[in-house]
Each structure stands twice: as C-alpha cells, then as structure tokens.
Design a protein around this ligand. Structure first.
Ligand SMILES: Nc1ncnc2c1ncn2[C@@H]1O[C@H](COP(=O)(O)OP(=O)(O)O)[C@@H](O)[C@H]1O
Ligand SMILES: O=c1ccn([C@@H]2O[C@H](COP(=O)(O)OP(=O)(O)O)[C@@H](O)[C@H]2O)c(=O)[nH]1
Length: 234
C-alpha cells in the first residue's frame, strides 16, 4: 500500500464531465472515495484543477497572463470548497497556496507539510504552479516531488493512457505500463510534457486512472492493477 500520495483531480470531478459548477452527486462521490483512503492513514496531497469553473483559454480577448490568473484563482475556490465539504464529513483538511492571502489558506511552508500529514490532515495544494502558461498537471508534478510522494495519481475520466485519445478514437489501445520517454516521444496528450518531464527528472511514478469507477482510488493506493503506470524504464 502506498503511504504518501499526491492526487491530481481535474475540476470536472466536481461538476461532471463538460459541466460547470458543483454537482452534489459528483462531490458526494469524491468525498466517498477520499474517505475510503483517509481511513487508512495515507498521507494524501491533492491538486485540484478549475475546469468546472474556468480555464484560462475560456476567456477570449484576455491576455493569458490575466486569464491564467483567473484560472489559478479558480483552483483556490475549488480547494476551499472541498476543505469545507471534507471537514463536514470529519476529514481534516488544510489548504496551502502561494498565490492568495485568505484567512483559510495557509502559505506553503514545506517545513509544515509533514506536520500537517502527521496530524492526520489532507493537504490541498491550490493555485497550480503559481505561474501563468502552466496547468495544474504541472503543478501536481511539482507538488508531488516537493511532498516526496511515492506516487502521483492522475484521476481522470478515461481508464489510463492510450496510444491516442480514446474519446476520439474507438480503436485506441491502452498501455498498462509506459516509460516517461515513451509518453513524451509519442506526445500522448493525457498530461503535459512539462509534467512528464518533471516526473522523469525526479523519477516520480505516475498512475493515470479512471476516477469515476467506484473504489478505484483505494485500489490504486493499494497497488492493485488499475490504470496506466508511468515509470523510468520497463
Ligand atoms: N493518449 C491519451 N490517453 C488517454 N487520454 C487522452 C490521451 N490523449 C488525450 N486524452 C484525453 O485527455 C483527457 C484528460 O483529461 P483531464 O486532464 O482529466 O482533464 P482536463 O482536460 O480537464 O485537464 C481525457 O479525457 C482524454 O480524452
Ligand atoms: O500552474 C497553473 C495552473 C493553472 N493555471 C490556470 O488555471 C486553469 C485551470 O487549471 P487546469 O486547466 O489545469 O484545470 P483542470 O483542467 O485540471 O480542471 C488553467 O486553464 C490555467 O488558466 C495556470 O495559469 N497556471
């Protein structure tokens, strides 16, 4: 069983695919999945996107430096929303970020991350990389390395990494295991190249899996055969 994990979730996990806002059904499902692993004492970091609110590219006519800041603020909105929903369910949660000063958001201080984990808190890293032109996948890769995770799980709406986008191509073939180099060379667009490169440099194992399948998160953390594993070499 993995003991230290960074979970990257797209904002759409909160709204449902191609939807906006917060869907009670989806948020309850997310709470159930997180509860199932928090009971095992897993030290869990979460990076949440903002696709349910806005992505930088949604704002036509705005400069990316501005629209991406709006996108990053969206990840803080989601993080605070989740903190409150989690805490209502007895899941202790702290939100950390470098981009905002708000009473319920703590400035990231890496000396404190272990204290939070040891005290049984889930840590939500909000604000992506803190820079425009990046995505929360890249933020997740950075935070996974910084929190010394054993595994970065990307919970998404497809079952793993395929040789091409399975939402477009019916004949796409899924990989069980793939190397960072293959993922980058084949330009498999499930994660940004930047995210793959950071994980490659620091040998951060990645698991891409369908978050919307019941108990998949727990199965992934138990090391069961779900999704696609990205590793240094086969
Ligand atoms: N090679 C690939 N293997 C798997 N999924 C892929 C691939 N290329 C593109 N995709 C698409 O990437 C999407 C991943 O989306 P995700 O990162 O979770 O959400 P977002 O688009 O919000 O960042 C999947 O829905 C899938 O359709
Ligand atoms: O390091 C980052 C992370 C995110 N964003 C902005 O925040 C938005 C939401 O992040 P993302 O698209 O990764 O969310 P997801 O698709 O995972 O829900 C992006 O579109 C960007 O505009 C950014 O500028 N820098």
């Amino acid at each position: 069983m993995y003991k230290r994990v960074l979970l990257k979730l797209s904002g759409e996990v909160l709204s449902g695919e191609a939807q906006k806002g917060f869907s009670e059904e989806h948020v309850n499902y997310l709470i159930k999945e997180i509860k199932s692993v928090s009971e095992y004492g897993v030290k869990l970091g979460i990076v949440i996107g903002a696709g349910n609110l806005f992505r930088g590219r949604d704002f036509e006519g705005l400069r990316p430096t501005i629209s991406d800041q709006i996108g990053m603020l969206g990840t803080v909105i989601n993080a605070l929303y989740l903190k409150d929903r989690f805490e209502n369910e007895g899941i202790k949660t702290v939100v950390v970020s470098q981009i905002v000063t708000l009473p319920s958001v703590k400035l990231i201080n890496y000396d404190d991350i272990d204290l939070y984990f040891d005290a049984g808190y889930i840590v939500i890293f909000a604000g992506g990389t803190s820079n425009p032109f990046f995505t929360t996948d890249t933020g997740a890769a950075l935070r996974a390395v910084e929190m010394k995770a054993e595994l970065l799980i990307k919970g998404t709406k497809v079952s793993g990494i395929y040789d091409k986008d399975p939402k477009i191509y019916n004949d796409a073939v899924k990989y069980n295991v793939i190397t960072y180099d293959e993922a980058i060379e084949k330009n498999l667009k499930i994660m940004d190249t930047e995210a793959f490169s950071i994980c490659k440099r620091y040998q951060m194992k990645i698991l891409v899996m369908n978050f919307f399948e019941d108990n998949n998160l727990l199965r992934a953390i138990r090391g069961e055969n779900v999704g696609t594993l990205v590793i240094p070499s086969k």
